[in-house]
Design a protein around this ligand. Sequence first.
Ligand code: AMP
Ligand code: MG
Length: 326
Amino acid sequence: MLCLGIEGTAHTVGVGIVDENCNILSNLTDMYEPLEGGIHPREAANHHADVLIHLVKKSLKSAGKRFEDVDLVAFSQGPGLGPCLRTVATGARALAISLEKPIMGVNHCIAHLEIGRKTTGCEDPVLLYLSGGNTQVIAFTEKRYRVLGETLDIGIGNMLDKFGREVGLSFPSGPAIEGLAEKGDKLLQLPYSVKGMDVSFSGILTAALNLHKKGEGLEDVCASLQETSFAMVTEVTERAMAHLEKNEVLLGGGVACNKRLGEMVDRMAKDRGASKFVPDPSLCVDNGAMIAWTGFLEYESGIRMTIDDTHINQRFRTDDVDVTWR
Ligand code: AMP
Ligand code: MG
């Protein structure tokens, strides 16, 4: 069985093709890059509309498959930016209707977790999901994926990108900040903002920009920004693992590509006799394969959707989904 998955919750549009064993036959992405400033939702959606059909064709070609070989069309139903979600949902509906194949809407955050579970071999992890717009600690308990902690304001990647924009780095800034941080050798004081199981990043962003304005070296500010914000999310993740007695931690989202984050989470896991898992970078970032695989799991477990069920949900909560496949 072949499932074609389309991702399009934010700046990335992705088309992935997987089979019933999660062999990833192709997984292509195309990212909208704003000329200046942050993501403009309407412009990002226009980008997705322009590239989607070409990406579908390219993905089929690179998988060595034809349109007729597709058995199921899955798409990212939310959470995300409304115009982007609507554009991709329209594309997915058109494809499913014209191929006369079933369609499946997928929760984007759960897709990060499921592709990680399948490709890294962990079974029942706490997911630390760190992306541009999302920062969540998620785990399976009481038949659902529950959000145990999350950001109270902006996503951690968003914070890094905003900082980068203000200091003149290109978008997305996470990788450049990581490179600069490696050369930093001074830990500057920044607000460590953990509130119960939740975190907040707007204060740390302002404080880091102020330090830079006052003349602190960019390398030291980047290093301190990483150390402080990564420590915050690692602390909350550890508490979730302790509460739920889970001994696996899985990373997901674009920020999970960061080596220093990986080291800190690894250290935390080792200290408590747990294991850390990180998917391949191509599966950490937003991508179509994770949507295809989760769509397949849902379909296999008996879920069916009509076109009427495929309306998008900008605020699609992780714990809204009845996890019928576990
Ligand atoms: P996503 O929203 O999951 O596609 O991830 C995109 C986010 O990941 C952006 O905010 C990037 O700045 C961030 N990112 C990508 N690579 C890294 C890295 N090596 N270190 C920190 N952040 C990163
Ligand atoms: Mg994501």
